[in-house]
Ligand binder design. Sequence first.
Ligand SMILES: Nc1ncnc2c1ncn2[C@@H]1O[C@H](COP(=O)(O)OP(=O)(O)O)[C@@H](O)[C@H]1O
Ligand SMILES: [Mg+2]
Length: 303
Amino acid sequence: MSSIEKVMEKLAQAGQLQTRQPGGESGVATIEEMPSSSAAVESDGDPRVPEGEEEAQTGGALPLIKLDFQQLQLKGYLTPISSATVLAEEYRRLKRPIMRNAFGKGAVSVEYGNLVMVTSALPGEGKTFTALNLALSLAMERDTTVLMLDCDLVNPSLSRILGLADRPGLTDVLQDSGVEIQDVMFRTNFSKLRVVPAGQPHPQATELLTSEKMHRISAEFSRRYPDRIVLFDAPPLLLSTQAAALSNFVGQVLVVVEAGSTEQRMIKEAISLLDEDKVVGMVLNKARRQLGGGYYGAYYGNS
Ligand SMILES: Nc1ncnc2c1ncn2[C@@H]1O[C@H](COP(=O)(O)OP(=O)(O)O)[C@@H](O)[C@H]1O
Ligand SMILES: [Mg+2]
């Protein structure tokens, strides 16, 4: 039995396993429950699944999510086959300063620089879309690994897109001292990309997300995996206090602005909630919606 199955069994026994209402998103991935050695053929050119510390801790390969490149492309996401597109180039431009800050190559050293939160003022502005594209772009880098955490516990669309909405995840780790983050982690057919879903819905999501355990997990990730970028797909800044509180645990914050929709005063208000010592970047999303979606440009710098 895989560790994920063990956690699911444990939650079911405790009567804690609930299924979320399915969201509007249709999936771009299938899950391979029982990873076999033959499943370890990667589609991004790396024939081996890197043996990571998490595998060592769980005593075997993590379960595999197979991202469907065609579905990803249809929905406007990056894939290895779209590396020559304008979208891929725009994400290259977006990720470079993030990587510099993450790996201590920027003008100033950024504490917890490899922990990057993606947020926005309001729901629906493209946080998850941006975070997943950024993760895919980073995962195509030679020396960088990426871990995506679905931290939008109220609207976990990343988990839904990846077919992981009813899986144990972050909330289960945060509320149960017996569940570790590697127990709810998935690898993907991008060998450098790993994902942790949101987990079971929880009435005290804010408290969990800003708990001492979350702080400890974040700090540990930053210290233990210096060549890994951890992307927090966060809730919106203006609807609850979760995102602002979570931003205290990360070194960099990327604020998504929806072109023609997010009002300037909303952007100002959202950014005012962030600590002054954070590196804050802004990205303009859906700027070419009439041409089929995608990015226009990004600004990145110290706040
Ligand atoms: N640039 C874009 N091009 C195409 N679709 C997009 C783009 N940005 C967002 N979307 C779509 O808009 C919807 C809302 O975006 P999402 O990333 O889930 O928002 P948020 O995470 O901020 O709530 C999703 O269906 C997403 O796929
Ligand atoms: Mg989202």
